[in-house]
Design a protein around this ligand. Structure first.
Ligand code: ADP
Length: 538
């Protein structure tokens, strides 16, 4: 129609342009084995321009998949921008997957090039013989000469950068072109690829920063402890550049001691990561102490956040946890829990109950829950069903994978595989993943709720609940529990007595179904790995 508003493509180069024009002085800080590195968004911009010229010189073309195998640091951030700004596709490889999974992913994505950290060379060297499409390796680190390696052909990142031209050359990019590729973290099966577009990424970036979503500002100092290979780095690189926040990379050392030191030293205001990281930090703070008072909030997600952890951070350290629910398929944020105006007068315990739920969908995410027949269920906080989502930052299929893409239905909704209820205030509560459900005597028992309740028992460090096959009831809950190091060892009866306060009698596990183990196996990104627990059980 004549006179319609401008077509202005929503692309990553525009996020970069804003960072260098509006926030040139704000900093990106990396904690590296060789020491602290820091530069400004303006200097970052100059390096991205050079890196784009490096990529061109190495023959990267539009649509090529360029992979990274790296920790969290500024060079990885440069790749997050330079690759999509050239019209190519950034493919972040998960450092902790099994070699067979990584080989499958690199070959499935047909990666043409891999950028690898100098201290991660050995695993890539061991697999390189099986890579079918990789034509070039680039080694990243402080050295200007190439470390000894069997990878070929290989070049050194800093040497290439030193030789590169600094002439700006940004190609025209359409918002519907692909910019990134990330495989799911493999909690329930083989990793599946999600192909992001510039437009989806741009919209996700704006939506995450909004006041009632994460409420981010140029004044924030953000420390993402989530690896840059997990779920599109939770969008952090683009969010920080768009709003101009100071960005702190913890590097490869995510031990509590180092995280506390960084929070103190860099005066971090927002930290992000999965619950296991923060549970470790909590135990450390209780034992050794430390000052985390600069934090105004923590975003915790990737798996359910135990209520006891939310309570502890709030009451012992004055730090509110915002819980985020998301999926690689959703760019990744799908919901966030925050205290709303309506909740302000509630008793603290009730507020914490709500924070232990997954929260409210941000703008640009739509959701509904359906029963087994696909009938939509009411938002009454009672009805439970499979969660379906859609939106401009949600995948429409898995990358080159028609078998698994059945989860994307013709009517435009994505079947998340999560089971949930939604209440009158639009608060989402995830009760399980479809693959983790426990069905006992025809009724469901929420493994997520049971885990949270067990982890609230003093004397418990971690707990994961899975279904145990049972002749009479089909399935019964079985809890794997890790005892805390201090104090008298907690006994099964004490756990069952604590559960009896919030679970019906028929839902309670039997004494012999509480099993104490040394550690809950974790996935590559630190989630409880119930696949492994079930295999042990079998
Ligand atoms: P994978 O499916 O391999 O675990 P993702 O890392 O993308 O890969 O995980 C997405 C899933 O993680 C969601 O479908 C959900 O089951 C779980 N999840 C993420 N955040 C939360 C949360 N806050 N509470 C409960 N589950 C969560």
């Amino acid at each position: 129609m004549d006179g319609l508003i401008m077509d202005w493509d929503l692309t990553i180069p525009r996020i970069l342009d804003r960072a260098r024009k509006v926030f040139p002085h704000n900093e990106v800080v990396s904690n590296l084995p060789e020491g602290r590195h820091s530069y400004t968004w303006a200097e970052f911009y100059g390096r991205v321009v050079r890196l784009m010229n490096v990529l061109r010189k190495l023959g990267v073309k539009r649509g090529d998949r360029v992979a990274t195998f790296a920790w969290n640091h500024y060079r990885h951030l440069e790749l997050y921008f330079a690759i999509p700004c050239c019209g190519a596709i950034l493919h972040t490889l998960n450092l902790r997957l099994f070699p067979e999974q990584l080989q499958y992913i690199v070959n499935h994505a047909e990666d043409s090039m891999i950028f690898v950290d100098d201290n991660l060379l050995r695993p890539i060297e061991a697999m390189a013989g099986k890579f079918e499409s990789v034509k070039q390796y680039v080694v990243m680190g402080p050295a200007t000469d190439l470390p000894e390696t069997t990878l070929a052909p290989a070049a050194n990142y800093e040497t290439l950068m030193a030789e590169a031209s600094d002439v700006e050359n940004f190609p025209e990019i359409g918002e519907r072109e692909a910019c990134g590729l990330c495989y799911t973290s493999g909690t329930t099966g083989n990793p599946k690829g999600v192909l992001y577009s510039h437009r989806g990424t741009f919209i996700h970036t704006m939506m995450v920063g909004m006041t009632d979503v994460l409420g981010l500002s140029e004044r924030d100092v953000m420390m993402p402890v989530v690896p840059m290979f997990h779920a599109n780095a939770w969008g952090n690189p683009y969010i920080c550049a768009m709003i101009g926040a100071r960005l702190i990379f913890a590097g490869s050392d995510v031990q509590p001691e180092n995280l506390v030191r960084l929070i103190e030293q860099e005066q971090v205001t927002i930290a992000l990561g999965v619950p296991t990281i923060w549970n470790g930090l909590l135990q450390y703070l209780r034992k050794e102490g430390g000052d985390i008072s600069s934090l105004r909030a923590m975003l915790v997600g990737g798996s359910a956040v135990p209520r006891a952890m939310i309570e502890a951070f709030l009451q012992e350290f004055g730090v509110p946890i915002m819980q985020g629910w998301g999926m690689t398929e959703m760019s990744p944020l799908g919901a966030v829990s925050r205290i709303t105006r309506k909740m302000e007068d509630w008793p603290v315990a009730k507020q914490i109950d709500t924070m232990a739920k997954q929260g409210v969908m941000p703008p640009c995410v739509e959701m509904k829950i359906v029963d087994d027949d696909g009938t939509e269920q009411p938002w009454d906080g009672q009805a439970v069903g499979e969660l379906l989502v859609r939106g401009p930052a949600v995948a429409s299929a898995y990358y080159n994978n028609p078998e698994d893409s059945a989860a994307f239905t013709d009517d435009g909704w994505f079947h998340t595989g999560d089971v949930a209820s939604i209440d009158q205030n639009a608060v989402l509560q995830i009760t399980d993943r479809t693959k983790d459900l426990i069905k006992s005597g025809g009724e469901w028992i929420s493994s997520v709720a049971m885990e949270s309740a067990i982890m609230a028992c003093p004397g418990v460090l971690e707990a994961a609940v899975v279904a145990r096959p049972d002749e009479k009831w089909d399935e019964r809950p079985l809890a794997f529990v890790v005892r805390a190091a201090e104090g008298d060892p907690i006994q099964p009866q004490a756990i069952i007595a604590a559960l009896a306060r919030s679970f019906a009698k028929w839902q309670l596990p039997a004494t012999e179904d509480i099993r104490f183990i040394e550690e809950i196996p974790k996935t590559a990104v630190g989630k409880f790995d119930k696949k492994v627990l079930r295999a042990q059980l079998a």
